[in-house]
Design a binder for this molecule. Structure first.
Ligand SMILES: Cc1cc2nc3c(=O)[nH]c(=O)nc-3n(C[C@H](O)[C@H](O)[C@H](O)COP(=O)(O)OP(=O)(O)OC[C@H]3O[C@@H](n4cnc5c(N)ncnc54)[C@H](O)[C@@H]3O)c2cc1C
Length: 394
């Protein structure tokens, strides 16, 4: 499969690059120190149409394709060595895609204007203290209650908790509605984190510190019926479409962060002299450059292929299974390959590479998270193996 970016995608790239290079790149490391993305940066992202960019025009969004969403992700990752704005962008884009496809009109009219303006955050909260990869092991429950539903349980290791609690918004969540039916009895819904009965807690993460990570307990939280996403008891299956969208964007983000780091490294090894020669003149160094550059470009291409497959699926030209497999094949290696490349660049830079001033160490910490976030590398291997062997032989 090969494709060319459209003129519109080239224009998107140009405007996001200009914004990200001038407004995000210079303050990226400061965002980590402050542990937040300045609100004027989020407002700027929203003005460019980046926040929940997958929302249809009907709800005020740009209704971008997955490939176009990938172009934005790539440019943010080039500019933000901490990955914080990438996460702040990719999570609402992916779960906005799910809400746009399966949410009720009422919920979309209520939520999208607020997320599109950058005021609210839209996240994903499936992980619990005792259930991460195994979503079926979720303990949280959702039960019909009067004309709505009542939710009880907890979620943990969730991105954007502080943002949603402080500025408004919520998370796409999943819970057991009919526990005796296992994963066939789970329901997906929107949970506002400002609701009565939500108590947040916070986790001190290793990277992408401009966006918070935390958890929350859910005690008898009432939600209206129109917050249910898709058919009741079908949530487990619906959820995967949001995850796949996020995984494909993450593949492009990892490739971009790695390639940006290699660019930093190339500048360094050309300048830095050791034993009378530039570091770039040693094969022990420049062979590594070739290897990482090749792998990261393969990853970038695969990330766009995954995004294109998602677009094709929406047109009925790719199946659910094709999308899942192609997406998982990219996400499986994205963190590992990007971490490996960035670690090499840190090594090239000697002691400076190990200092907090070096942007590459922040990029390494950010990219490392993606071997877990939105589905671990091992889970990606499970998806591909299951697809190849069939359910009976797996
Ligand atoms: C920075 C960060 C941000 C996150 N943000 C969010 C978020 O916004 N929303 C959200 O819902 N979650 C979020 N997560 C959680 C993430 O989705 C989970 O960490 C991930 O799904 C793995 O779950 P777990 O941590 O419970 O590990 P477990 O599922 O307990 O797995 C532990 C280890 O065992 C491996 N493993 C599990 N089962 C198998 C198997 N069958 N075969 C082989 N290996 C296996 C896993 O790959 C992992 O390496 C985030 C995580 C991080 C690190």
């Amino acid at each position: 499969m090969s494709f060319k970016f459209t003129e519109e995608q080239d224009m998107i790239r140009e405007s996001v690059r200009e914004f990200a290079q001038s407004k995000i790149a210079p303050i990226a490391l400061q965002m980590e120190e402050a542990k937040e993305i300045p609100r004027d940066v989020i407002k700027g992202m929203a003005e460019l149409g980046l926040m929940t960019c997958t929302a249809d025009e009907k709800f005020g969004g740009p209704g971008l394709s997955a490939v176009s969403a990938g172009v934005i992700a790539e440019e943010l990752a080039r500019a933000d060595c901490t990955g914080s704005t990438c996460v702040y962008y990719l999570v609402p884009a992916s779960w906005g895609f799910l809400l746009n496809k399966y949410g009720t009109e009422q919920a979309k009219h209520e939520i999208f204007p607020k997320t599109l303006s950058g005021e609210w955050f839209l996240g994903i909260a499936t992980t619990e203290s005792d259930a991460g990869s195994d979503v079926g092991g979720t303990k949280t429950t959702i039960k019909p209650d009067g004309d709505g539903f009542v939710v009880n349980g907890e979620k943990m290791y969730i991105s954007g908790v502080r943002e949603a609690v402080t500025h408004g918004g919520g998370h796409v969540t999943i819970a057991h509605q009919t526990p005796e039916r296992g994963t066939r009895g789970m329901t997906c819904f929107y949970l506002p984190l400002t609701a009565e009965g939500i108590t947040p807690t916070y986790v001190d993460d290793l990277g992408r510190e401009g966006i918070s990570c935390g958890g929350f307990s859910i005690d008898n939280v009432k939600i209206p019926k129109h917050y249910i996403i898709g058919e009741e008891n079908r949530g487990f299956y619906i959820l995967h479409e949001g995850y796949e969208y996020a995984r494909a964007l993450i593949t492009v983000i990892c490739a971009s962060a790695g390639l940006k780091s290699l660019e930093n490294g190339m500048n360094y090894i050309k300048e830095r002299k050791s034993f009378g020669k530039s570091l770039s003149q040693y094969q022990g160094i420049n062979f590594k450059l070739s290897e990482h550059y090749t792998k990261l470009n393969m990853l970038r291409d695969w990330g766009y292929r995954a995004l294109k497959t998602i677009d094709l699926e929406q047109e009925g030209k790719a199946t659910r299974f094709e999308t899942s497999k192609i997406v998982a094949m990219g996400k499986m290696f994205c963190s590992e390959w990007a971490c490996d490349a960035i670690n090499t660049v840190m090594q090239w830079q000697g002691a400076f590479g190990y200092s907090r001033e070096c942007p590459d160490q922040a990029a390494w910490r950010a990219v490392r998270s993606f071997s877990l976030a939105e589905g671990s590398s091992e889970v990606m291997k499970m998806i591909v193996a299951r697809e190849l062997l069939g359910k009976k032989q797996y």
